[in-house]
Design a binder for this molecule. Structure first.
Ligand code: PLP
Length: 350
């Protein structure tokens, strides 16, 4: 399939913003109206904050590409994966004309980003196991569907989508298939990143906000074929990833053993909390989770959320989403936080 056929014509014809920094990044830099004298913050050795960051994301691609063994040409970085979601909609969907399929229940930002861009969303349901329901997608599919969003492990249901279903979707539908792997680090070796070689329409989203513990630096990336990453580079704001973020992520990758330790602790706590919650008679179901949260079902979710909030424990009510009647989502906290949650929730649901 030809990816260009899916791209909006104004984007194909777009002449991107260029700065002199696109061609020259060293020398006596008098091209970008920066402050050549220095910066008002000099607290981090070797970090030059008076200069605009690299518009090509070269360092980021190099550092992250090496770490994940992904060729640099397949990488693009955004201000969180949320920015990439928005950019992909803007690249592929003509407002008021094209459509996006979102199998629900899932992460709410896909719809919000479509709504902001005036792009119609078609809602189909995941099946009773929260897996892809091909028939309902086929039924709603039309040539105007430019993107299908998938989330694996899915937020808020917590489960991985079947890889074979993702592959079949990429094969069968001539749309961009976005697989959001924000929680994949908690799911063992289940990524579909390797499939980008096989499917030119597959885009896999990743984030540093979860297992890496770096939600504040706002860094996400996607892996896709170079046709797509090159269009993303063309459409992004010139210097979207700031130098502080770039600095932090390099240090974080050097410290990846800490990420592995966090994953281990979170998985241990997930198991412990799951076992505890399953013992409560007021909880109808604790869903299996491949993520850093648990979804539970009970009869009075709003009341449970409210009572926990009164004790200073904040969880997320998801009961308004399709197929999630009675459901609450609980992020896995530290051992101490989970103990506190446990001591309060058992009073309510025990
Ligand atoms: C499925 C999913 N994708 C993406 C994001 C946002 O990630 P980022 O912080 O990289 O924008 C979230 C945040 O909760 C999420 O749940």
């Amino acid at each position: 399939m030809n990816i260009k056929d899916l791209v909006r014509s104004n984007i194909i014809n777009l002449k991107p913003y260029t700065s002199a920094r696109n061609m020259y990044d060293r020398g006596i830099l008098l091209d970008a109206n920066e402050n050549s004298f220095g910066s008002t913050f000099t607290g981090i050795n070797g970090l030059q904050l008076n200069r605009y960051p690299d518009p090509h994301q070269k360092d980021l691609k190099n550092i992250t590409g090496k770490f994940y063994s992904i060729p640099e040409e397949n990488l693009f970085f955004g201000v969180g994966s949320d920015e990439i979601i928005d950019l992909l909609i803007r690249i592929f969907c003509e407002p008021n004309e094209d459509k996006v399929i979102i199998p629900e229940p899932t992460y709410g930002m896909y719809k919000v980003a479509c709504d902001i861009n005036n792009v119609e969303t078609i809602h189909v349901l995941l099946n009773d196991n929260f897996q892809i329901d091909f028939d309902s997608i086929k039924e709603k599919y039309s040539d105007n569907v430019k993107i299908i969003f998938l989330c694996s492990p899915n937020n808020p249901t917590g489960n991985l989508l079947n890889k074979s279903d993702i592959n079949s979707l990429c094969k069968e539908f001539k749309s961009i298939i976005i697989v959001d792997e924000a929680y994949i680090d908690f799911a063992g070796n289940s990524t579909v990143i390797n499939e980008i070689k096989n499917y030119p329409n597959l885009v896999v989203l990743r984030t540093f906000s979860k297992a890496w513990g770096l939600a504040a630096i706002r860094l996400g990336f996607c892996c896709a074929n170079p046709e797509i990453t090159n269009i993303l580079l063309k459409v992004k704001a010139p210097y979207n990833i700031n130098s502080l973020t770039r600095y932090v992520v390099e240090k974080a990758i050097e410290n990846c053993a800490q990420r592995d330790q966090y994953i281990k602790s979170i998985l241990r706590e997930r198991e412990r909390l799951k076992n505890q919650l399953e013992s409560l008679k007021g909880i109808e179901k604790v869903f299996e989770s491949d993520a850093n949260f648990l979804l539970i079902k009970c009869s009075e979710p709003k009341e449970v959320q409210q009572k926990l909030a009164e004790k200073g424990i904040i969880i997320r009510d998801r009961s308004g989403q399709p197929k999630l009647e009675g459901c609450l989502r609980i992020s896995i906290g530290t051992e101490k936080e989970n103990d506190l949650l446990w001591s309060e929730i058992k009073k309510i649901l025990g």
